[in-house]
Ligand binder design. Structure first.
Ligand SMILES: [Zn+2]
Ligand SMILES: [Zn+2]
Length: 159
């Protein structure tokens, strides 16, 4: 049996060596399944085909041109791409969140405090111009009692 004597290249009919190992790039079986990398690329260049003429299996070019490439690299690349895409999405969402915080929380808050400062500074200037001390802000109790007095006065005034 010829096949038992060793696998040979389907193009040049010689065995694989350490420098030129035999590859099994398609779904062909039997004596024609093995081929040298250089023989295959040479044959592909001449035939201008990207698939096996016998089994019609499209040749995968990455393992042919770089057979030492580990299988995990495409997964890492895929993950990297996924992470990059996820990072982009997170960035977009973070930006949207930031804009939302600025418009819904920071801007109204700043506006309120600017108006408070505006009124406070106006009061301070008015009182200091009149030579008076800025009165203490009326507490809730004072407002309540003031309203009572005012309403009592109002009642007395009308009767
Ligand atoms: Zn060969
Ligand atoms: Zn084939």
């Amino acid at each position: 049996m010829v096949e038992d004597e060793g696998d040979v290249c389907r193009v040049c009919r010689s065995e694989g060596t350490e420098d030129q190992p035999l590859y099994h790039p398609c779904k062909c079986s039997g004596s024609i399944r093995f081929v040298h990398q250089d023989c295959l690329t040479e044959w592909l260049r001449h035939s201008k085909k990207k698939y096996c003429e016998v089994c019609k299996y499209p040749f995968s070019f990455t393992p042919i041109y770089d057979p030492r490439m580990p299988d995990t690299i495409p997964i890492i690349l895929f993950l990297r791409r996924g992470i990059r895409r996820l990072y982009g999405l997170v960035q977009i969402w973070f930006r949207a969140l930031l804009v939302g915080i600025v418009w819904l929380i920071a801007l109204p808050w700043a506006t309120v405090w600017i108006w408070r400062f505006y009124f406070w500074s106006g009061e301070s200037i008015a009182f200091s111009l009149n030579g008076q001390k800025l009165p203490n802000r009326p507490s809730d109790n004072n407002i309540e009692s003031g309203e009572k007095k005012w309403s009592q006065y109002n009642i007395f005034g009308t009767t």
